[in-house]
Write a protein that binds this ligand. Sequence first.
Ligand SMILES: [Zn+2]
Length: 473
Amino acid sequence: MKKILNNIYKNKIFLAFICSMLVMVILLCVYYFIFRPKITLVGEDIIYITINDQYLEPGVKAHNLIKDLTNKVKKIGEVNPNKLGTYLLTYKVSSNLLNTKVRRTVKVIDNIKPEIKFKEDIDFIVCPNKEYEELGYEAIDNVDGDITNKVNIIKEEDKVIYTVKDNSNNETSVIRNLIKDNQKPTITLKGNKTVSLAIGGKYYESGYTASDNCDGDITKDVKVTNNINNKKTGTYYVTYSVSDSSGNTTEITRTVKIISPLIPKGSTIYLTFDDGPSNITPKILDILKEENVKATFFVINTSSTYNYLLKRIVDEGHTIGLHGYTHNYSKTYASVNAYFNDLELIRNKVLNLTGVDSKIIRFPGGSSNNVSKFNPGIMTTLAKEVTNRGYHYFDWNVGSSDTVSSCSSSCIYNNVVKGLTSYHTLVVLMHDFSGNTRTLNALRDIIRYGKNNGYKFDRITMDTPQIKHKINN
Ligand SMILES: [Zn+2]
């Protein structure tokens, strides 16, 4: 009996021990359950970013059953977005003697293709019988830098393919097209695009040039045809056509108008050039010589560099007229004496350099000028006085407007041609002052127009009928 009681007692102690242990375990479980921290990644657990982009940390969330622990999380590890690689980030949190951690992987990768740039135009125009020439290229990668030497080139019949890969295997491919020459040649006309001729007049070709991107100067290949019937008024065309060696053809036209003549029979054109000599004068003289036309130069005192031209004017059979030494209106028209002093200076200069004592004059601004009105009546007096002293003064009855800088060569040409209809004696006012290429470029067409339409050309002499304006002062 005693033995039995003893056993029961022992078993109770054991049971109590078991029970207390059980309670301990349950308490620990409850503790763990309540206080164990949990971390959750915000965003992906593997994040890819492109090199040199910014890494934006998406963060984590942490808590246990009773409170938020997010601000207790510690991040271990760093991402260098400027360097390719795999970066491991560890997020840790501790709370009530319990801790936990999670990991995130960040991969900095290069997924940007390299770039291939052409140094010249993308496409290459292939001229006949010419080899393709590489025009140059370069390849640049965001990570590897200049990788031009890694470019692989494949030439096909109609294109060249350039391919390059960077160290991250990003591949770029670009194409240069090889285009059969499709550029038309260019024809440039010399002279006016529209020419007016009187019935029966001869058409003069003023010339042209032709050039091509592949063949260069192909002027000699230009075919010129026209349908001009100079016996009938109307609008006609001169056609200029040229093909390059690739078969590209350009065709342009010049318009020729055959008009009814309004020309008084036997009209003579007196071309006059004022305010020279200058750098333009030799070229004017060349054209006059080539066209075998005589003209008149009303000279002033320009740079002594051009003194030799006074002699050349005379030697080539033209008339040298006196315009004034200074061409300064306020000085020249200040008084009768001032005018004649100025005139004597240019007269003596011409005489000394050429041996010609010219009595043929043109007033600065013409006898009709208004610029002398500061000295009332001076032109009326001078017109009489120059005549008394044996001079013949000449104004003009055909203007060219070549002192108007906006008047182009064709404007000058048209002004003169328009003016060549009303008089027997046609004195054309033009200027050979320095740089006046507009008049220079119109001159040959004006002469040819005159020749085409039956005019004579001559220089002014003391026998030429004086063309005089109405005096305004
Ligand atoms: Zn003048």
